[in-house]
Each structure stands twice: as C-alpha cells, then as structure tokens.
Design a protein. Sequence first.
Length: 279
Amino acid sequence: MKLRKVTAASAVVLALALSATACSSNDRKDEGSSGGGGKVKVGIKFDQPGLGLKQPDGSFSGFDVDVATYVAKELGYKPSQIEWVETKSAERENALAHGDVKFIVATYSINDERKQKVDFAGPYLLAHQDLLVKADSDISKGTDLNGKKLCSVAGSTSAQNVQKTIAPKAALKENAGYSECIAGLQSGAVDAVTTDDSILAGFASQDNYKGQFKLAGLKLSNENYGIGVKKGDTATVDKINSALEKMVSDGSWDAAVKKNFGPADYKNEPAPKIGELVK
C-alpha cells in the first residue's frame, strides 16, 4: 500500500513537470524569431498615406506596409502573425535597441549618423526632396518659390534648405503635420509643400485629393530608404536583403509602387541595388 502511494505521488510530480515543460515550450514558441506559431513586431508609421497609414477599421496600408509584409513572409511569417508597432521618427533607434520591434520600415533614410546606432538592410527605395503644388501651378523650379508661400513641418530641414539655398525670398510657413500643409495647399493658403517626394505622392494619392496636385519633379536631395535592424543582427539584415532582391525580381516591388503612388503620377526611381547608396 505504501509503495502505491509513493508511485501515485511520483506520477503527480511527473505530470506537473511535464505540464510546466509544455507551457515553457509554448512560451518560447511565441517568442520565436522565424515563423511557427510566433509573432513578429514590425515598426511602421501610422500617419503617412501611401507609405504607412492606419485605417479607420484598424487595418494598415501603404508602400512600407507592403514591403514589410513581403519581407515578413520571406522570414516565415504570415500576415496574421505581424504585429504592427507605431515607430515615430524620434523613437526608431530606441525601439530597435530595446527589442520592441524586429525591424522597421518607416521612410527611414540611411545616413552615417544612424548607422552608428542601427544596421540597415536595403535600400528599398530612392526618394528625393521635392515640391507638391496645385495641378495648374506654374511653379516648375525651385527659384519660382521666391515670393511664394512654402509649407513644411515644424522642425523639418526640408523647407529651411529650400529657403536658404534655392529661394531665399520664399515665405516659410511651418505646421505641426503634413496634413495641415496639404489642406493649406488645397485652400490656397500656401503655394507649395516640401518634403520627400514619396511622402508627398502618398498624400496626393488620397481619394479626396486625386487630380488636384502634382509633383514638381525636383530632385533636391537623395533619400535612401532602408529597413532598420538592431545593431549587430547581421543574420536578419542578410535575410531581409535576400527578401528585397526577390521582391524586385518577381515584380512585387513595381506593383507596390504603382498601387500606392500611381494616382499622384509619381515618377519613381528604379529599384535601388542592395547596399548601393546614391549620394
């Protein structure tokens, strides 16, 4: 009788141990870095039409979203396994350093200062600083802004660069966000809006603005958009680069450009070669 009691107790202990092991295994699976039953956290912008925008129904759209979804698929994740995380410009480096996201696709221009803090895959898009004007505007070059009202976001260097080096007599108006600038352009309160052409094209492609605006087509700077990865995670960088090369070769990259920027007549550059930055 005593032996049976000991055996029964041992069975209980064994069952509890197996249960704990199973739970631990499941926990690790959820934290896995490639596919399976786990999730992957991806950083994007939530407020940039055509690039990274959170829709009223909670879904997400834009070129950066399409690129991130394709890359995640190549890393072994289904769309349902992606957890989108808003990463504002000032928060991107910390989000990667702290492991809040696996990678970031958020109009993240590659430069030497940022490469000290994070690693980059790509570039996946070459953008340029440009002007957005009304469809019937006669502004066709930077100097035409002299005596005109130019809008950009407070703290941005884009408008200051134009005012300082191209059109010193342009009247600079700064708003809290680009949405306010676009609304001002629509009403005639300003004559032009400046930032990256990809961002401008995204706003102009919105249904309520289609046909009202055009890009001036000025290449005032080169912005090489990269995918940010935690510093030192070269394995993930290599996998993402392979995914980007495949996205270009199978036509998915071109399709994403046309889908998200087409309505603004965005004359995009060809897909950049991995590891080659345009200065």
